[in-house]
Ligand binder design. Structure first.
Ligand code: ZN
Length: 421
């Protein structure tokens, strides 16, 4: 999240939500630090801090580094002050979890659900699992819900549009179906966007602002972070690179009806099909992983070719977007080094010298829990946004009433219902 404090004059006083942001990011953790960073007077700092303490958003420790005399009380964000319920839906496997307000997983269940059974079956099941994960915790602990779905999503409304594998979900508005039982803000986004943002925030924030995340699993998709924000496009379909055709794909008919889409020649599904065509007995990607680890030459050839074909599309994306880093995630990219090598080879050859001058191509650092982490961060980013916190605790003495020239941090997004902390 970008926080536009740097653009403000010292006279535009920081609100409670902005003070919380300073504490969460570690930019200011004592009252004196907060006063120095914000220009707030001591009583004004005390007022905001006591509001945050009262609402359980921060906790206070007095065991800071002592330099003689009483050390200043250190303030810390209270990640245990609530939970978020999240789920990363896949075509056949769905991860369901409860996380704290720092995005750490507290409890998780993975279910084999055929997502094609539709929202009427899948959503009640998810909500039952969340109730189990909550256990004895009161419902008032739940601050928000987040879902990542394998479909194009109109983010503002939480409505699934044309679905890659979720045809029975097309046009469904998910948030009202969840908030009937869990009356908290509900956020839904495309699964790859969620992972891209999670990867960006956990592994790259503060380091780069422009990142291209490519998920290679049974299917291929991408999420684009431009200037620190998800690039969605006009209809939320930005990053849908799976049906961009490659050269020399061999004339494979894609399920979309076109020939040699990258999805049909370089995905996990394509690798399995190509190995079988060569007479290899592989029933799942796990079998391919075993062969790659054993250094099987034929498997390496097939996987590396898939990497090169994917590299063609990634090279074009790099020319168009000029990211600082390309992250390859999803189980295929994470397990198959030859695929990553194939992508690197082609991208560095095909992209312009300028766009690859300092380009890094790396494997995902979040790994298999990326979907869960990404969903949790998506929710937390919104429910702890300064203006939402301010509305929620109502402790706004000065500073927020006009004149600061600040655009709302989440302009264009769904207004978030403030809910009492
Ligand atoms: Zn296609």
């Amino acid at each position: 999240m970008t926080w536009p404090m740097g653009r403000r004059s010292a006279a535009a006083l920081a609100s409670s939500g902005e003070v919380l942001h300073l504490i969460r990011t570690g930019e200011a953790v004592t009252r004196a630090d907060i006063g120095r960073v914000t220009g707030l007077s001591r009583p004004a700092v005390a007022l905001r801090v006591s509001g945050l303490l009262e609402h359980g958003l921060v906790v206070e420790h007095t065991d800071g580094p002592s330099t003689g005399g009483r050390p200043p009380a250190r303030l810390a964000f209270n990640a245990a002050g609530g939970v978020v319920l999240v789920s990363s839906l896949g075509a056949s496997r769905t991860q369901i979890a409860m996380c704290d307000l720092a995005g750490r997983e507290l409890a998780r269940t993975d279910l084999e659900i055929d997502v094609e059974r539709g929202p009427d079956v899948v959503l009640p099941l998810l909500m039952d699992v969340w109730a189990d994960l909550l256990g004895e915790r009161p419902m008032s602990q739940v601050r928000g819900v987040g879902l990542g779905v394998p479909a194009t999503v109109e983010f503002a409304a939480g409505r699934t549009e044309s679905a890659r594998v979720m045809a029975s979900w097309t046009g469904v508005m998910i948030p009202p179906l969840i908030s009937a039982r869990y009356p908290v803000p509900v956020f839904v986004d495309n699964d790859v966007n969620v992972i891209a943002m999670g990867e960006y925030q956990e592994a790259y924030a503060g380091e780069v602002r422009d990142l291209l995340f490519v998920k290679v699993s049974t299917r291929i998709g991408a999420g684009v972070i431009a200037g620190g924000e998800i690039l969605r496009g006009a209809l939320g379909a930005a990053g849908e690179i799976g049906h961009i055709p490659v050269r020399d794909g061999g004339g494979v008919l894609c399920r979309c009806g076109n020939i040699d889409c990258v999805d049909s020649v370089a995905s996990g599904t394509a690798i399995l099909r190509d190995l079988r065509a060569r007479g290899r007995e592989v029933s799942s990607l796990a079998d391919v992983v075993t062969l790659v680890r054993a250094g099987d030459a034929e498997t390496m050839t097939v996987v590396r070719r898939a990497g090169r074909l994917l590299g063609e599309v990634v090279a074009s994306a790099v020319n168009l977007l000029n990211p600082a880093v390309v992250v390859l995630g999803g189980d295929v990219a994470e397990q198959f080094q030859p695929l990553v090598s194939g992508v690197r080879e082609v991208v560095y050859r095909r992209s312009t010298a300028l766009s690859t001058r300092s380009l890094r191509i790396e494997r995902s650092r979040l790994g298999p829990s990326a979907g869960i982490t990404g969903c949790a961060l998506m929710v937390i980013d919104h429910i702890l946004a300064p203006e939402v916190v301010d509305a929620s605790i109502g402790a706004l003495s000065g500073g927020t009433a006009g004149g600061s020239g600040l655009a709302p941090a989440h302009a264009g997004r769904r207004p978030v219902t403030a809910r009492g902390f």
